[in-house]
Design a protein around this ligand. Structure first.
Ligand code: 5GP
Length: 211
């Protein structure tokens, strides 16, 4: 007896915290999860596939889609635009899938304004030193971009109070099971399921009295 609509789960945190790794692991384990593929004007990194990691589009196309109100939210992050396609997300939630948005903090705050029932999870690195090492190890950033991402991380962590949950990503499997726990608990929240429960109770009484 559950609400048939899926959850909107927003996962944010500084670059290098391991959001992507956690989301990928969750997706492999759960058929009822859907991860939204964002549109971006950033250049693909080695190994990134259009339509899988992102929809890589031009700035002109991005602006056009903003004007058409195609995005649930969008933001400029490190000099590039990123946006969440709205219709697909709504479609998936309505079909009962739990939808994950792996987006930056500005985007998360915009989603929160319009989607208060969303679940907002902040992923943290075990330490700032570890965060730095992870970004360096990734090897995909120029020294300037690396510095920019690292500096932003310091500021971004201040926004943690806007989120509902914080998960430290030290051991990936542990972090994944914490997020699974959050999803399970959220699905059981009375404010999400009470209408379904009360409706089915009414239905039962009706059945007993009249059928
Ligand atoms: P990256 O360039 O490392 O793939 O992503 C840079 C940042 O943009 C990350 O924090 C990532 O979560 C965020 N991001 C990815 N897609 C979106 C989106 O659709 N909207 C917003 N606001 N941020 C996004």
């Amino acid at each position: 007896m559950t609400n048939n609509k899926g959850l909107l789960i927003v996962v944010s945190g500084p670059s290098g915290a391991g959001k992507g790794t956690i989301c990928k692991a969750l997706l492999e384990k759960h058929d009822d999860l859907f991860i939204s593929v964002s549109a971006t004007t950033r250049q693909p990194r080695a190994g990134e596939v259009d339509g899988v990691n992102y929809h890589f589009i031009t700035k002109e196309d991005f602006i056009k889609r903003v004007e058409q109100k195609d995005f649930l939210e969008y933001a400029e992050v490190y000099g590039n635009y990123y946006g969440t396609p709205k219709s697909r997300v709504e479609e998936m939630i309505d079909s009962g899938k739990n939808v994950i948005l792996e987006i930056d903090i500005q985007g998360a705050l915009k989603v929160k304004e319009n989607f208060k029932e969303g679940v907002f999870i902040f992923i943290l690195p075990p330490s700032m030193e570890e965060l730095k090492q992870r970004i360096i190890k990734r090897g995909s950033e120029t020294p300037e971009s690396l510095m920019r991402r690292f500096k932003s991380a310091y500021q971004e962590i201040n926004y943690i109070s806007k989120y509902n949950y914080a998960v430290v990503n030290d051991v990936v499997d542990v972090a994944v099971s914490k997020v699974e726990g959050i999803i399970t608990a959220e699905k059981c929240r009375v404010d999400r399921i009470k209408d379904t429960i009360l409706d089915s109770k009414e239905g039962l009484i009706h059945e007993q009295l009249y059928d």
